[in-house]
Ligand binder design. Structure first.
Ligand SMILES: [Zn+2]
Length: 253
């Protein structure tokens, strides 16, 4: 059994040098900085290859701080600015902020509807989003409740809602026709089955992460993000024979 599994993952990995070609990619994330942590190297690679990348950031990021006295609007403005700067470094064409309150998400019909609207507007072939369930083998930061909600709502938005002309029919009145997404990728550094060689874009990923200054350089809580990121992606890369890699669960719709 174990042997069989290994052969499969190696075959997938070796086909990755030529990752499938997508014209349009959409990253749907709960918070500013999630796209860079999960898939920044791959996003830069897609953009470099001429793929149009769009981000959808669901929350306003207003709980990403340590000072209870700071105004939500102030932190939201800072984080949006940081997100735009990070996206620019990676070559992302468009960032959409849905403005939901940070920490308050559930995978309900309203959230699904709003993600369907984004999918029908930007027509991605590939959607990258959060794991729609708790990864109990990972540190808890990976399973933030907003991540679970966005993962689940996005999966439901991809299938069946975006492609179903009978779902959310008011969108048709906005001129948003059904759209079929081909694949969903979930960043999953421990158990991914699809590896993207990010050796050439790792520096861009790190530079983009540094733009999220409010998150990676919190006063009194500074950490060596460069070292941590390089170590993680070196370890993932080893599984696929790349110097540095990001890994995903790849789902065909
Ligand atoms: Zn997050």
């Amino acid at each position: 059994m174990a042997k069989k599994k290994k052969v499969v993952s190696r075959r997938v990995a070796s086909s990755n040098g030529k990752a499938p070609k997508f014209d349009r990619v959409m990253v749907v994330s709960a918070h500013p900085d999630d796209p860079e942590f999960g898939a920044g190297g791959s996003v830069a690679k897609f953009a470099m290859d001429g793929t149009k990348v769009t981000y959808v950031i669901v929350t306003d990021g207003s709980q990403g701080g340590e000072d209870p006295k700071q105004k939500d609007s102030e932190l939201t403005a800072i984080r949006q600015k940081e997100q735009l700067a990070a996206a620019k470094i990676l070559g992302v064409k468009k960032v959409e902020f849905l403005g939901y309150k940070d920490g308050h998400l559930s995978p309900d019909l309203k959230l699904r509807h709003d993600i369907v609207r984004m999918i029908r507007k930007h027509k991605p072939d590939l959607v990258i989003t959060h794991l729609p369930g708790r990864a109990i083998e990972a540190p808890m930061g990976a399973s933030h409740p907003d991540h679970l909600a966005v993962g689940e709502a996005t999966m439901a938005a991809v299938y069946p809602d975006s492609r179903n002309p009978r779902a959310f029919r008011s969108l048709l009145k906005e001129g948003l026709e059904p759209h079929v997404v081909k694949e969903v990728w979930i960043p999953y550094w421990m158990k991914g089955d699809h590896f993207v060689d990010i050796s050439k874009t790792l520096d861009q990923k790190i530079a983009a992460l540094h733009k999220h200054k409010s998150q990676v350089a919190k006063p009194g809580n500074e950490w060596d993000i460069d070292k941590w990121i390089r170590k993680r992606h070196r370890e993932v890369g080893k599984k696929a024979g790349y110097r540095y890699a990001e890994s995903f669960k790849r789902i065909t719709v």
